[in-house]
Design a binder for this molecule. Structure first.
Ligand code: ZN
Ligand code: ZN
Length: 338
């Protein structure tokens, strides 16, 4: 199997550099990287031989495959290898190698976390929860979305995170209805909803947390919306256990919002797998057949988005246990009026 996606390489052999290709064979595994990573590879890699390529990674992968005595089948991930890379490999190996598409073998393994991974993810989840809690005093009218996002990201690094797991979202007022808004120079104002979606990478693993707060005293309507979203999130969490489909979890959130007449404002899926990458298998969406297993780490993040009024999203990270799920993120979930 030829593994070219960085998170998959890291998962299988520990290498975290940005240039590498891992060839996994029944006899041995070889990590191909270049001379910039000689020392790093020596320190990080286990279970694979290190090959420092001088003429280009794929060309040397091709040369090694071509030198094998028998015909070989090699699996590759069509979602990660470009057409140009595939053509280069085919040219280097010739007809002796049969290329087999295998889109997600490593991703399927990665979906279920072992105890050490769950421990790392819990740490990343607690870290991002603390970042949010300590930022609360800075969330007030007059600070810009970008300023707040910058403070949150600095706070992650000060606590030992290698960085944010995605570009931090701070969206206030009507813009909070944009589910994936980029922070702008806009100042937070009194009487506005503020959606803060942030994650940190710690020990290579991602966290992902959303909280929505209100600046001032909220109307009854806004409070009712918040309660409905929280109820939907709790229903989805309750639906999580080994053996259910991802679609059933999504349905639990969606039908709760439907009872409140709000399902048409819930415009995205309920959550996603989380791990070395911020979005990984499984997707917790409508009709998804993927079966949930113990050890999976998922986000649960229903939301409602009303044009003009704003958006409300509440997101936590949970780990699937023997008979249910457990929260990893610890930030307060009650409606905060600041
Ligand atoms: Zn998020
Ligand atoms: Zn998320």
């Amino acid at each position: 199997m030829l593994v070219s996606q960085p998170a998959n390489i890291r998962y299988l052999c520990g290498f975290s550099g940005s240039a590498g290709v891992l060839l996994v064979a029944t006899s041995e595994s070889i990590l191909f990287t270049d001379s910039r990573y000689t020392f790093q590879a020596r320190e990080e890699v286990s279970g694979a031989r290190i090959h420092i390529a001088k003429k280009g990674l794929l060309r040397e992968v091709g040369a090694i495959l071509k030198s094998r005595k028998s015909r070989t089948s090699v699996a590759y991930s069509s979602s990660h290898l470009t057409v140009a890379q595939m053509e280069a490999l085919q040219a280097a190996t010739g007809p002796r190698v049969r290329w087999v598409k295998d889109a997600s073998a490593v991703e399927t393994l990665r979906a279920v976390k072992d105890d050490a991974e769950v421990a790392a993810m819990r740490e990343a989840a607690v870290l991002i929860s603390r970042v949010f809690e300590t930022a609360l005093s800075a969330i007030k009218p007059g600070i810009s979305e970008l300023d707040l996002a910058g403070r949150l990201e600095l706070s992650m690094k000060r606590r030992g995170a290698s960085g944010p797991s995605f570009e931090t979202i701070v969206a206030s007022g009507a813009r909070s209805a944009w589910a994936h808004a980029r922070p702008q120079t806009k100042l937070l104002g009194k009487g506005e909803l503020v959606v803060i979606d942030q994650g940190a990478i710690l020990h290579g693993y991602c966290s992902d947390l959303t909280r929505t707060v209100f600046l001032g005293r909220a109307s009854r309507k806004v409070r009712r919306l918040y309660r409905a979203v929280l109820e939907a999130q709790e229903a989805a969490k309750k639906a999580i256990r080994p053996g259910v489909t991802a679609g059933a979890i999504d349905k639990a959130a969606r039908s709760t919002l439907k009872q409140h007449g709000l399902d048409q404002y819930f415009t995205h899926s309920t959550g996603h797998g989380l791990g070395l990458e911020v979005h990984e298998m499984p997707r917790i969406g409508r009709d998804e057949k993927f079966v949930i297993q113990k050890g999976m780490v998922l986000t649960v993040e229903p939301g409602v988005y009303l044009e003009g009024l704003g958006g409300i999203r509440i997101e936590d990270d949970v780990v699937v246990t023997e008979n249910g799920s457990m929260d990893l993120t610890t930030a307060p979930r009650e409606f905060l009026e600041l």
